[in-house]
Design a binder for this molecule. Structure first.
Ligand SMILES: NC(=O)c1ccc[n+]([C@@H]2O[C@H](COP(=O)([O-])OP(=O)(O)OC[C@H]3O[C@@H](n4cnc5c(N)ncnc54)[C@H](O)[C@@H]3O)[C@@H](O)[C@H]2O)c1
Length: 313
């Protein structure tokens, strides 16, 4: 079986590719390497360096004729989506539509679309958010990612294309960019291992649902294997972890000797959010397998062996 993974050179996409290859799938990656890295590419996967908006994508689909698509490529930066909503929509809406059109023409068996539980629900009306929670994104990124979900529903009705939407929570783990604007685990890990100062935004009591990237990858595998995996599924730990708790756990793991400073809160940031993944448990047989402390240990170990090695190379 052949799987077409867009964004397969990125943080989460590359972890998905590795698991699929490990499980005997033939994998084709399309990525334009804007935030993805060549070093993340699995050598057993075929790689096309291309923008998902490029009309040439259709020729690649015709040539490769994949059975499945796992669509991870996206403009993922919330702040960039606010600063340049046209650019965000051109990738997340028009790019997604281009992938969908190319996939429809070769009649893929299933289209897995990666959405975001952290950004589509907006300020939660109740917790944990389930899939029926009102959709009220409060940033352009949340709106553009949600639009893809509408297209999928429509493509199923119009063309009979099966789909699975996975709404990821805050994902962390190996290969997340420690120098990015987002990804608090990667940023804290990098700074703590290097012994650099850390500033926590606001009082640190804001909380998130942190899921290890390997568990996201496994959900993609299950979505390919389970015939009735049609619909929208949250992935989640169903636990709210405050930034202060996260900081303390990482401090312990890395033996970080400094104390964090506290800075101004980020405007427009949701105070508390966590999700429930009961539906993914019932329909996909998915559950979290790596708890936060274990996931953080693996992330720190990866940072020490890979990121530092790269920096000193
Ligand atoms: N990281 C999280 O916590 C999180 C949470 C919810 C959802 N998601 C979703 O997961 C997916 C992967 O995110 P990530 O965190 O791994 O980010 P990432 O930036 O590491 O991965 C995105 C990948 O897409 C590629 N890409 C971007 N624009 C492209 C384009 N126009 N054409 C081709 N390739 C392009 C990038 O080069 C990169 O490899 C995204 O769809 C994102 O919205 C991530």
């Amino acid at each position: 079986m052949k799987v077409f993974v867009t964004g397969g050179a990125g943080f989460i996409g590359s972890n998905v590719v590795d698991l699929l290859v490990e499980n005997g799938y033939e994998v084709v990656i399309v990525d334009n390497l804007t935030s993805g890295r060549q070093s993340n590419l699995n050598p057993k996967a075929k790689f096309y360096q291309l923008d998902i908006r490029d009309p040439q994508l259709h020729e690649i689909f015709q040539h490769e004729r994949p059975d499945f698509v796992s669509h991870h490529a996206a403009q993922v930066d919330v702040r960039k989506s606010v600063a340049d909503p046209m650019h965000d929509a051109s990738i997340n809406v028009l790019g997604t539509l281009n992938v969908l059109e190319a996939a429809r023409k070769v009649s893929v068996k299933r289209f897995i679309y990666i959405s975001t539980g952290g950004a589509v629900y907006g300020e939660p009306e109740y917790l944990p958010c389930d899939e029926n929670h009102p959709i009220n994104p409060i940033c352009q990124y949340g709106a553009s990612k949600h639009l893809g979900e509408h297209y999928l529903y429509m493509y199923q009705v119009m063309y009979g294309m099966n789909y699975t939407v996975l709404r990821y929570p805050n994902v962390y783990g190996p290969r997340q960019d420690p120098h990015g604007e987002a990804g608090v685990v990667a940023i804290f890990t990098g700074r703590m291992v290097e012994g650099e100062p850390i500033t926590i935004n606001g009082d640190g009591e804001q909380s998130r649902d942190f899921l290890y990237v390997g568990d996201c990858a496994r959900a993609n595998l299950l979505a390919l294997r389970v015939d009735h995996a049609n619909g929208i599924y949250n992935l989640a730990t169903s636990q709210a972890t405050s930034i202060n708790e996260l900081y303390q756990t990482l401090k312990k793991i890395t033996d970080y000797p400094l104390e964090a400073a506290y800075g101004p809160a980020k405007l427009g940031e949701t105070r508390h959010i966590y999700l429930t993944a009961d539906k993914a448990g019932q329909h996909l047989g998915w559950e979290q397998t790596v708890n936060l402390e274990e996931g953080l240990r693996r992330t720190v170990a990866h940072y020490k062996t890979h990121e530092r090695a790269k920096a000193s190379a």
